[in-house]
Design a protein around this ligand. Structure first.
Ligand SMILES: Nc1ncnc2c1ncn2[C@@H]1O[C@H](COP(=O)(O)OP(=O)(O)O)[C@@H](O)[C@H]1O
Ligand SMILES: [Mg+2]
Length: 257
């Protein structure tokens, strides 16, 4: 579980995050949703200790990231898996080498052990027979799978995904969402996902926080999102025509029933 308390972040004059408090639960896909520019990426960067908040607390199972010395932060980082916009694979390494990379960096396991673990992770994301290919030789969906395999190689307790579906077609997006969701359950990971994709919200939105212009404007589940009367949230949801229709039907049914 990750707990955020009264988090603020400003860049010079510009206040990007304003008094964000939230809990990201273990074994759940915790979604941060909001428009482009609302502060989702800045929030994730604060969570992983890549940028320092102006004020506020970030607690990793009670351990305060803000108070940590470099060495402690380094240890904590090894408990985190990360999946960033784009897949951020190393182009000059094969698929297998990409997944072995964190193991090479952070463990003293020998080559055979690292290879075994990397192959296991690649199998888990249903990517076999691609070990020796380079990122330039595989599809965007496959690259995303490699990035997920690499993110789970160290068996993380915390998994961060920034727009995991960017650049993917809707069908592949669903598969990637499902994969992240299943892995979260299987290994009981605290997973935090940034997205502005309403399909993802409805597919894997177990716990959703909506941020609008740097403030937490709403939180709830994917079922609650459909019946919410929060106007800021609805403006965001209604931007997608399909969900406008779904919501009209929901509201109609609620009035009827
Ligand atoms: N390093 C930075 N310096 C100044 N402003 C920044 C920096 N990083 C992000 N911002 C600003 O913070 C706001 C939120 O950005 P971001 O978190 O990337 O939005 P989102 O991920 O929701 O699309 C934007 O207005 C962006 O320009
Ligand atoms: Mg972003």
């Amino acid at each position: 579980m990750i707990e955020v308390q009264h988090l603020y972040k400003s860049f010079e004059e510009k206040e990007v995050l304003k008094d964000i408090s939230a809990i990201f639960e273990k074994g759940k896909t915790n979604l941060i949703i909001g428009r482009s520019g609302s502060g989702k990426t800045v929030l994730i960067k604060n969570l992983i200790g890549l940028i320092r908040p102006t004020s506020g607390e970030i607690l990793y199972d009670k351990r305060n990231l803000i108070a940590m010395a470099k060495k402690e932060l380094k240890t904590l980082r090894r408990e985190m898996g990360m999946l960033f916009q784009g897949s951020a694979l190393f182009d000059s390494m094969t698929v297998l080498e990409n997944v072995m990379f964190p193991l090479t960096m952070f463990t003293r396991n020998n080559w055979k052990e690292r290879e075994k673990r990397a192959k296991f992770c690649l199998e888990r994301v249903n990517l076999t027979d691609a070990d020796n290919l380079y990122p330039g030789e595989i599809s965007g969906g496959m690259m995303k799978r490699v990035a997920i395999a690499r993110a789970i190689a160290m068996n993380p307790d915390y998994l961060f995904c920034d727009e995991p579906n960017s650049g993917l077609d809707p069908k592949t997006s669903l598969l990637i969402d499902d994969l992240i969701h299943d892995i979260t359950k299987e290994y009981n990971i605290t997973t935090v996902i940034n997205t502005h994709d309403m399909n993802s919200v409805m597919n894997i939105g177990e716990k959703i926080m909506f941020i609008n212009e740097g403030r937490k404007a709403w939180e709830g589940t994917k079922d609650e999102i459909m019946t919410s009367t929060n106007t800021e949230l609805n403006d965001f949801v209604f931007a997608s025509d399909l969900f406008k229709k779904v919501k009209e039907v929901e509201n109609y049914n609620n009035e009827e029933g």
